[in-house]
Design a protein around this ligand. Sequence first.
Ligand SMILES: [Zn+2]
Ligand SMILES: [Zn+2]
Length: 186
Amino acid sequence: MEFKVSELEREPIEFDLALPPGKVDLGDEAKQEGNLATSGLAEVIHEHRGPKDIVADIRLRGKFAGKFEVPCARCVEPVDIPLEAEFDLIFRPVGADSEAAERSITAPETEIGYYQRDSLLLEDVLREQVLLSLPVRTLCKPDCKGLCPRCGQNRNSQDCSCDEGPSDPRWEALSGLRSQIKSSKH
Ligand SMILES: [Zn+2]
Ligand SMILES: [Zn+2]
């Protein structure tokens, strides 16, 4: 859904949508399962910076809810992540802040983004909001054993017969001791 500044100037636009998977491009980071529900309000806010300097910002307030599938950071098995979040965002036209020093925005709870060519795509905003809401590191369970670095076996389902990688230092000390005993016998 595209919000055009010229349309928002006439009146705020309410939205209430169920977006099927694929509408919001999440790349490789996550897979959407089922519809992504989103609703809210888009409106124009005029920033009066000077007598002839009025900037048309788009304020987008709303919420989304959906279920996503993210690979486990250790074993890459898919993990279901339900997400539900609210957003309150301000978008300025690209270039509006190019020359000015950082200008402070009045509402401290809002974040600033930028829109191009006089319109804002809801799908782009949702993409960013979903990715921001996902956990930084997802594990299928806290003690996931991960994949064997040698054969790739998922060690949660089955132990493999590979030699253990870099072995436990305690065992190394023991085997060192054993070889010392052996050599002292000769
Ligand atoms: Zn895992
Ligand atoms: Zn293995």
